[in-house]
Ligand binder design. Structure first.
Ligand SMILES: Cc1ncc(COP(=O)(O)O)c(C=O)c1O
Length: 441
């Protein structure tokens, strides 16, 4: 085969692409927010639609030459409504947000005034930065700089406490209540949130970035029945390109559309919109629904298998594609857990668990199954995967105990220097790679 255009013009970047392809092929991807998108989506994403400027909305643009991209964006919008079974009389959507955080900021910009109060799930409880995360000393996300963020939390076992959320909302009287999170393994009672929002005069938004694949396929509760606005990313369970969609009840059309452009963004990324459209078509197939069922089955079985190895699973299991493993009981923290797993070729992320006081040294790891399910793994593979994870954590425990290591920096240096653990680590890494290569993308 001849050399590709990229290989010829920029061998350095081309070589990074080869390395990353190898990493994605051979390693085991358990990061709950990642997935492997399809060749068709990649083709649309890497297409000449990237050359086009199209500020505005279909039929109302600020540039010429939009004959084709107007059709493209309208198709994408229609597919978005169809994929989530929405009636176009009641619901509109905007497919231009560059990504999830910007989509959320656009909702706030459109519906709130500066310093209005917002109430979302706290980040250490499984919420997302863009729902207004702040610490005692610092307003960390833009949402907490421009709005007054008063978050709700999960209880000691990791569950939402609806009575407490109601109590807080009635005291705080927020303008906006946000449901949804990045590390919450249970379904959401949107109807209860609606009752709470009505009692305190708040608007209700659901950010279904993580679980939109389940919502589209009817496998989890439907926020559209009661929410005013729903946002989602398109690259997690939905398995599309990195992008986002805002769905809104028709009375908010102008506020939201104006907030996306010209409020926050400039020209839409038409190549992203093309790729989102391609993926939305796939989301409406029976195969995709089957995929989402398998994602959940894999998560449920993997959590059970890890319990058999003595791990504690926050909330005891999962209703969706992810769960949190409390590794405190094993005697190491989430940062060391994430590092040892990465060292042997398993990608997860450290995560706070209920009761953690520091987001910097969290006690848990978050595990998700969308990516491995796309690769073709099924529940039968989960006992082996749980064993590989357990073997890695066991080595970390041994190292920490015998060598008296507690700090991540020391631990990382230890992993890469010669030691009595080298052959155990090498064998495990080989086993992980063998397991990772069973299914190629
Ligand atoms: C619930 C939730 N909302 C929003 C986002 C932000 O998405 P992005 O990283 O595309 O800005 C994320 C990302 O992880 C998320 O989990």
């Amino acid at each position: 085969m001849g050399m590709s255009a990229l290989q010829t013009s920029d061998p350095e970047i081309w070589s990074f692409l080869q390395e990353e392809t190898e990493r994605q092929t051979a390693s085991i991807e358990l990061i709950a927010s990642e997935n492997y998108t399809s060749p068709a989506v990649l083709e649309a994403l890497g297409s000449i639609f990237t050359n086009k400027y199209a500020e505005g909305l279909p039929g109302k643009r600020y540039y010429g030459g939009n004959q084709v991209v107007d059709k493209l964006e309208s198709t994408c919008m229609q597919r978005a409504l169809d994929a989530f079974h929405l009636n176009g009389e009641e619901w509109g959507c905007n497919v231009q947000p560059y990504s999830g955080s910007v989509a959320n900021m656009a909702v706030y910009l459109g519906l709130l005034k500066p310093h209005d109060r917002i109430m979302g799930l706290d980040l250490p409880s499984g919420g997302h930065l863009s729902h207004g995360y702040m610490t005692v000393n610092r307003r960390i996300s833009g949402a907490s700089v421009y709005y007054e963020s008063i978050p709700y939390k999960v209880d000691a076992n990791g569950f939402l406490e609806y009575d407490k959320i109601e109590e807080l909302a009635l005291t705080v009287k927020p303008r906006l209540i946000i449901c949804g999170g990045s590390a919450y393994s249970r379904d959401w009672d949107y109807k209860r949130f609606r009752v709470i929002a009505n009692k305190c005069g708040a608007l209700l938004m659901a950010d279904i970035a993580h679980i939109s694949g389940f919502v589209a396929t009817g496998l989890l509760a439907n926020p559209f029945e009661v929410c005013d606005v729903v946002t989602t990313t398109t690259h997690k369970t939905l398995r599309g390109p990195r992008s986002a969609i805002i769905f809104f009840r028709k009375q908010y059309s102008q506020q939201i559309n104006d907030a996306v452009f010209p409020g926050l963004q400039g020209g839409p990324h038409m190549n992203q919109i093309a790729a989102v459209a391609v993926q939305l078509k796939e989301v409406m197939t029976p195969e995709y629904k089957q995929y989402m069922k398998q994602v959940h089955e894999n998560a449920k079985v993997l959590a059970e298998c890890l319990k058999l190895h003595g791990f504690t699973i926050v909330t005891g299991g999962t209703d969706n594609h992810l769960f949190l493993v409390d590794i405190r009981s094993k005697g190491i923290n989430g940062s060391l857990g994430e590092r040892i797993l990465e060292h042997v070729g398993i990608s997860v992320n450290k995560n706070t668990i209920p009761g953690d006081s520091s987001a910097l040294v969290p006690s848990g790891i978050r595990i998700g199954t969308p990516a491995i399910t796309t690769k073709g793994y099924t529940p039968e593979h989960m006992p082996n995967l749980a064993k590989l994870i357990n073997d890695a954590i066991d080595i970390a425990i041994d190292i920490c105990k015998k060598c008296n290591i507690v700090k991540l920096k020391e631990f990382t240096e230890f992993l890469t220097s010669p030691s009595e653990y080298r052959s155990r680590l090498e064998t495990l890494r080989k086993n992980v790679y063998e397991f990772g290569k069973i299914h190629k993308n």
